[in-house]
Design a protein around this ligand. Sequence first.
Ligand SMILES: [Zn+2]
Length: 157
Amino acid sequence: MTENQLIAEPIKYEPYFNPDTNQYNDKCPWKKHFRGTRKEYKCPCNSFMFITTQQFNQHIKRGVHKKWLANYDKETKEMRVQEKELRIENSKLKKQVKKYEKEIKNYIEEKKRDNLLIKLLEEKLEERVKKQEKPTTEAEQDTFYDTNESNESNEID
Ligand SMILES: [Zn+2]
């Protein structure tokens, strides 16, 4: 036996799914008359370790194990249903995301066209303003004076 085998973690025992009965059942990890090197298994129900078929057969008769197996069956089936629901939900969301991506793309394209149009209109407007603008000199510009000076002489005594 090598060092690796000595420190090897036990394998987690898992029941197998029987598609005929639609149930999880106990199944011995070793076939009848198995002659190879046995690895140790650990059952999650109560951390029971076994390495022989006899130990396994005795263990699966125990109440704690039967209860665990029934729960395992129930929980795993529920998980399968949830997984299926999640897959459906996920594909719906993916479709939605694609739809939104398309909408955003369209919106951006529209925005670009709008901006281009605005730019063109601005240029045209600027051209028109330039044409209408008459050259002005500083002298011609009106000068405004502040007429709101307070006049104290107007006060009535
Ligand atoms: Zn068990």
